[in-house]
Design a protein around this ligand. Structure first.
Ligand code: FES
Ligand SMILES: [Fe+2]
Length: 356
């Protein structure tokens, strides 16, 4: 499947683009270098010099706003224009420029637009819970480069039944495998609800709630937005009690393909109805939430998805999924993405779109 290009992908957490530093990433197979201009605004240009293709990310920032190529010292600005040639008469050939990519900084994230249509910041989904001034307790803003395709990771996140198996003890248990599922779609946003009544609180939830291993009602409601932006509203409460009386967190998940087989996975947890145990326990709980989630994603999810991907790419026979009820979320988002990619491809072929 081709990548959707005319959409906002998450490039980085804002905190990971430090002033004066060049950060290289590959998005949708394209090498890109990002940096902050003197005024702090982020810029992204192709990470291949227009002269002889040396990676600009190996160069350095000069005069505040320019990237100097590490090979023959041409200088490029954030728009991709070559603005200085130190050789000969200094003339700059018209073709001496590199592609630039629109960026927009919002919700403590830097978003990147990979297509050629107009990049409208209004299309960025709402993640205001992550705003630095949201007043919320946000866990570490973390990321992993996953050895798995964005599609397999999305399938994983929109079918949280796996938490009972893959994350047994942390996010689920044998008691949480059977759940009530709901699915809803508004425009291109998909909501997949999952609830399990009256079960022993799984490890992470017990840590946040009563720390007594008691019975709870558990919920995990995932919102998915194009192309790979998710919020999981999840928590536990007394059996039969309103959710507002319980506690939990919003799990934020952002997926941006590096290649067909690898994906940048950014995540953070934002507490909802936090219970205070006083210090130093509150800080310790916050640290444990960050650590446990990283273990869950990096070791447990990546372990199974990477192995799954390996089977899929090496099988000597054609493969076709045999689906279950639990696949309603994955089926729905895939239909939306397939439709958008097809439309983009058709526009391109008809010459009406400008997608690369
Ligand atoms: S390769 Fe960049 S200046 Fe020559
Ligand atoms: Fe998982």
């Amino acid at each position: 499947m081709s990548f959707l290009r005319n959409t906002w992908y998450v490039a980085l957490w804002s905190q990971d683009l430090e002033a004066g530093k060049l950060v290289s990433r590959t998005f949708l197979n394209e090498p890109i270098v990002m940096f902050r201009r003197e005024d702090g605004s982020p810029a992204a240009i192709a990470d291949a010099c227009a002269h002889r293709f040396a990676p600009l990310s190996m160069g350095k920032i000069v005069h505040g706003d320019r990237v100097r190529c590490p090979y023959h010292a041409l200088e490029f600005d954030g728009s991709g224009a070559c603005v200085h040639n130190p050789h000969g008469n200094g003339r700059i050939p018209p073709a001496m420029k590199v592609r630039s990519y629109p960026l927009h900084e919002k919700h403590s994230l830097i978003w990147i637009w990979m297509g050629d249509k107009e990049a409208d910041p209004a299309l960025i989904p709402d993640f205001r819970l992550l705003d630095p001034d949201s007043g919320r307790l946000v866990s570490k803003r973390d990321w992993i480069l996953m050895e798995a395709s964005w599609e397999l990771i999305t399938d994983n996140l929109l079918d949280l039944s796996h938490t009972a198996v893959v994350h047994e003890g942390i996010l689920g248990s044998e008691h949480t495998i059977k759940a009530n599922l709901t699915i809803e779609q508004k425009g291109t946003t998909v909501f997949v609800g999952r609830s399990v009544p009256n079960v022993p609180a799984p490890g992470l939830y017990d840590l946040l709630y009563k720390r007594d291993g008691g019975q709870v009602d558990l919920w995990a409601d995932m919102r998915w937005d194009v192309p790979g932006c998710m919020i999981n509203d999840t928590g536990v409460t007394e059996p039969g009690a309103p959710r507002a009386e319980g506690t939990g967190f919003f799990g934020m998940h952002f997926l941006t393909p590096e290649t067909e087989k690898t994906t940048y996975y950014l995540f953070a947890a934002v507490r909802q109805n936090p219970r205070s145990w006083g210090e130093p326990l509150d800080t310790e709980i916050q640290r444990q939430v960050s650590d446990l989630r990283r273990i869950a994603f990096q070791e447990q999810d990546q372990g199974i998805i990477r192995a799954q991907q390996n089977v899929m790419h090496t099988a000597p026979y054609p493969l076709k999924y045999c689906l279950l009820e639990i696949d309603v979320g994955p089926v729905r988002y895939k239909r939306i993405m397939d439709g958008l990619v097809r439309q983009e491809q058709e526009e391109l072929q008809a010459g009406t779109g400008r997608a690369a």
